[in-house]
Design a binder for this molecule. Sequence first.
Ligand SMILES: Cc1cc2nc3c(=O)[nH]c(=O)nc-3n(C[C@H](O)[C@H](O)[C@H](O)COP(=O)(O)OP(=O)(O)OC[C@H]3O[C@@H](n4cnc5c(N)ncnc54)[C@H](O)[C@@H]3O)c2cc1C
Length: 408
Amino acid sequence: MELLIVGSGGAAGACLGGLLRCQPQGRRITVATASSLPIYERPILSKGYLTSDTPRLPVLLDRAALDDHGVVVHERAEVDSIDLAGRTCGLTSGVELRWDQIVIATGSDARVLPVEGHDLAGVLTLRGRRDADRLRDHLRRSTRVVIIGAGLIGLEVAAAAVSLGAEVDVVEAGPRALGRVAPPEIAHAVAALHRQRGVRIHESTSLSAILGDQVVKAVMTSSGVRLEADTVVIAVGSRPRDTIARRAGLPTDDGVLVTPALRSVAADDVFAIGDVARVVGHPFIHGPWRSESWRVAQQQGSVLAANLDGEQQTFDAIPWFWSDQYDMVLQGAGVPSAATRWITRVHSAATTICFGLNDGQLTAVSALGPLRDIGRPVSLASRAIARRLKLDIAGATDPTVALDGLLR
Ligand SMILES: Cc1cc2nc3c(=O)[nH]c(=O)nc-3n(C[C@H](O)[C@H](O)[C@H](O)COP(=O)(O)OP(=O)(O)OC[C@H]3O[C@@H](n4cnc5c(N)ncnc54)[C@H](O)[C@@H]3O)c2cc1C
């Protein structure tokens, strides 16, 4: 039995970790990945990795661990075709690999903006270790940094840049920061943390052009303002790397469509996990759903490993993410887009928790504060979302009422 895993990010790492715990006789595992080893976790790349003098990667699996288990790895090897009928897969180098089961774990790519000047030196995106090394180096030499996009990664990079002494402008096309991931109350609190440190956030403003002569000098915004810059970071979201699946004729729709067992909706021995997978039929989420979260990638990798070992697990976890914003942590769980109403609990001086409701039922939670204050409430709320709890609104907004009782 030949198992081929395409990709070596967080989802592939978690899947391999699960599989290698009890590798059965007769199964050979091959990994074909456009990256180099080791397999590491990405979240640190927009956080401490940028500011630390001695940055270290959190390694999930290194070459020795894979060699010990007889896993064959093709590094810097991009897969460009999958033949479903012939059960082969072609690398850009011309090498062909055979498979009986294939796992597509190709993640996502940073979106680029097709504006004038996007290819000037000093205009960067952030996805992998090499991008982070380049950005880290630029931030240390920069005095003026412009970030396009006030999402989680854009704001984490803003925090890193300002703490390294740069002047920072963030240009956000939407009416507010964190529009996709947090309710207004929390987004405003995060924006306030940045403004207190001198970061200028330009909302409802888009990028018109990036100016320079080989090297970036400034950006022009849609409101006609010129922002000087020696580094520009484009942080406007990501796109699933689903091209090989689409070309193979697998059903895709902004990601590879999979069942909750993470199997392609159209091919029995084809699986997809992590940022590239769009799950159809998640019990708590209406419609096909794709995540870009570290924990979801881990969970899907583990569920698939169990299923490849003969179990019948489904991925039904409540989505969860976190982000570090200076000394505060932002966490979210559930499905914010399902909430028709948000209520706010000022939990303590530094901590705000918002609950998203739909017809009284808890669908999402979003919290900002020190980790010690928000970790437990978010975890309790996440379990309550799974139980479809009808929330006691008066109690939830009253900080003197303990959440433990309300959310249990
Ligand atoms: C800078 C950064 C910070 C983040 N911070 C957070 C955070 O704070 N909290 C959070 O919850 N999430 C965070 N995330 C998101 C989280 O890291 C991702 O959701 C997770 O990495 C997804 O894992 P994955 O394995 O699906 O994809 P990836 O980790 O992107 O791995 C994809 C792999 O596929 C390979 N590949 C792609 N195409 C091919 C091909 N054709 N052939 C062969 N190999 C291919 C790539 O080289 C790579 O090895 C962050 C992401 C980034 C980039």
